[in-house]
Design a protein around this ligand. Structure first.
Ligand code: 3PG
Ligand code: MG
Length: 396
């Protein structure tokens, strides 16, 4: 990692530090936070800055607001700010804008040792429009810039790229979370203990083409589960019944299987139902899935096979659930994999999004070496896409 970190921020006592965090947390339909992992992930950096005598201005987007204040209400940062305060055991301030006079006044009143959360950056079109006027307005609030938003590092939003650009000449560093994510991923990509096993699940092959190709250059084995396995199985001419399948991606799936030359393994048995509204028809099927049946999880033999590969691996990277894990009867495949990872001596890494949520829901996250806060960012980093946001951070 050749980027400056908060260890390089020597002279910030009494200064105001802008910290771009990724507080884009999971919300329920009411806007209540259902998972605060990303908030917890940013706390070490915020604490370290406060300990150095600075005031912290934390800024983030939340969700994908549409520009309609009534509909966008759940995306206001108030609940995030109060959860941050609860978790840190301090009182955290919140201001109802991220730029302009309201934000400037709140920042002017901020004292060393205090934390202020700005309103959702995406309430301003300038954030995703990478607008330089909006960026300058934000940049004017801080004396230094910290990028601790690993989950957003693949985006070119103003607060990720144009704000640090506007702060050239002042200190621009990565926070502890970004530092940790990059160090772990760089280690995986450069010198992984072998065998290097990857587990791939989730809905669509098409979402993960670049990721699969990047993995095939590095790993010894790809174990596939989730709905994407049915596309691969169909591409091999296997029966998949009425399971989810990307009919227009069969050729691509065949191409990937050829590239993998025997290293891509597909489920050998399945949990199926005759309809998602017919849970009573749940059963195990080996080999071809009969007409009309829908695959919803990997079967017990696949669980055992994949778990044994994880047990003897040196490195395991997992992205994407093995089945419809949000429904308990279909969660056993995903749970078995999470457990195998928790019990493995390998370097175990889970790539964010719903896989991280699953691992947390099973209470196994603490037993996995690294659960990334990045979903898309995790995939793109492993693919080797350079992040413009990191390009604006000072090199060592
Ligand atoms: C994420 O969760 O992927 C990041 O917070 C970025 O959000 P986005 O996908 O809405 O740009
Ligand atoms: Mg995303």
């Amino acid at each position: 990692m050749n980027k400056r970190t908060i260890a390089h921020l020597n002279d910030i006592r009494g200064k105001k530090v802008l910290v771009r965090v990724d507080f884009n947390v999971c919300l329920d339909s009411e806007g209540s936070i259902t998972n605060d992992r990303r908030i917890r992930g940013a706390i070490p950096t915020i604490k370290a800055l406060l300990d150095k005598g600075a005031a912290v201005i934390a800024m983030s987007h939340l969700g994908r607001p549409k520009g309609d204040p009534a509909k966008d209400r759940p995306f206001r940062m108030d609940r995030v700010a109060s959860r941050l305060g609860e978790l840190m055991g301090i009182s955290v301030k919140k201001v109802d804008d991220s730029a302009g006079l309201i934000a400037q006044t709140a920042v002017a009143n901020l004292k060393p040792g205090e934390v202020l959360v700005l309103e959702n950056l995406r309430f301003h079109p300038g954030e995703q429009g990478a607008d330089s006027v909006f960026a300058s307005s934000i940049a004017s609030l801080g004396d230094a810039y910290v990028n601790d938003a690993f989950g957003t590092c693949h985006r070119k939003d103003a607060s990720m790229v144009a704000v640090p650009k506007a702060l050239a000449g002042k200190a621009r560093v990565v926070g502890l979370l970004v530092q940790k994510e990059l160090e772990i991923l760089d280690h995986l990509l450069s010198n992984p203990p072998r065998p290097f096993v990857s587990l791939l699940g989730g809905g669509k092959v098409s979402d993960k083409i670049g990721f699969i190709k990047a993995l095939l250059k590095r790993v010894d084995l790809v174990l596939v589960g989730g709905a994407m396995s049915y596309t691969f199985l169909k591409a091999q001419g296997k029966g998949i019944g009425a399971s989810r399948c990307e009919g227009d991606k069969l050729e691509l799936a065949r191409e990937l299987l050829n590239m993998g030359s025997g290293r891509i393994h597909l489920p050998i048995d399945h949990i199926v139902v005759d309809g998602l509204d017919k849970p009573e028809t749940i059963r195990v099927v080996e080999g071809d899935i009969p007409d009309g049946a829908i695959g919803v999880d990997i079967g017990p033999k696949t669980r055992e096979l994949y778990s044994s590969k994880i047990a003897t691996a040196g490195t395991v990277v997992w992205n994407g659930p093995m089945g419809k894990f949000e429904d308990e009867p279909f969660s056993h495949g995903t749970k078995a994999i999470a457990l195998a990872m928790a019990n493995s001596k390998a370097i175990t890494v889970v790539g964010g999004g719903e896989t991280a949520e699953a691992v947390e829901a099973f209470g196994l996250d603490e037993r996995i070496k690294h659960v990334s806060t990045g979903g898309g960012a995790f995939l793109e980093y492993v693919e080797g896409t350079p992040f413009a946001a990191l390009g604006e951070i000072d090199n060592i």
